[in-house]
Design a protein around this ligand. Structure first.
Ligand SMILES: CC(C)(COP(=O)(O)OP(=O)(O)OC[C@H]1O[C@@H](n2cnc3c(N)ncnc32)[C@H](O)[C@@H]1OP(=O)(O)O)[C@@H](O)C(=O)NCCC(=O)NCCS
Length: 169
């Protein structure tokens, strides 16, 4: 399913007038802004490293929006400025005893502009992304938590896994 072709707006009930809509390729710059600021705030402050990441991320996410393997949601204020966002990448993954699906969703790029934080916007985006994954019939959802996001994810039911990683460069 590729719901990126529609720009259907859904109004979420928060303390102020925030609407959440799906992203399109025209939103690539704001999606990159979220990705870059997210890593910056997680401590990756080397601008050259972030620029390198953006250079490879932009075509990756544009391709995903075009072929339906990446779905993103953006929250806008009443002036239609984007104030937060988050997305789901769906990728091939080996079926396991815990989850027999040959595809897995991973939630990425969760970011709220500082002046809009602690109003429940990221929670609402997360709930919508979880709901979308449920509707696609996936068996589980992956994500990598920042320190700032961990409590929110735990409160939504995410649990630590046994994933390990060997860095090669
Ligand atoms: C993590 C992040 C996305 C959370 O965004 P947010 O929109 O502030 O998230 P929410 O408002 O839904 O929840 C954040 C906290 O505010 C609290 N909150 C929600 N509504 C609130 C309200 N009306 N009043 C006070 N607190 C509130 C939530 O309970 C939550 O508390 P907790 O962290 O102690 O669990 C945001 O801090 C951010 O962008 N950080 C930098 C990038 C990052 O780390 N992204 C996550 C990558 S995995």
């Amino acid at each position: 399913m590729n719901n990126m072709e529609s720009d259907e707006r859904k109004t979420v009930t928060l303390s102020e007038n925030i609407t959440i809509r799906t992203a399109t390729p025209a939103d690539i710059k704001i999606l990159m802004h979220h990705r870059r600021r997210m890593f910056f705030e997680m401590g990756y402050t080397d601008e050259a490293v972030l620029a390198g990441m953006e250079a490879t991320s932009e075509p990756f996410f544009l391709k995903g929006l075009a072929n339906g393997s990446f779905h993103a949601w953006l929250a806008e204020n009443s002036s239609q400025q984007v104030v937060a966002g988050g997305g789901v990448i769906v990728f091939d993954y080996p079926p396991s005893a815990r989850d027999s699906s040959p595809k897995r969703p991973i939630i990425v790029n969760v970011y709220t502009e500082p002046e809009y934080r602690r109003r429940g916007i990221a929670r609402k985006l997360m709930e919508m992304m979880i709901e979308w994954c449920r509707a696609q019939n996936f068996g589980s959802i992956m994500l990598h938590a920042s320190d700032e996001g961990r409590r929110l994810y735990e409160s939504l039911g995410f649990q630590q896994t046994n994933e390990m990683r060997l860095m090669l460069r």
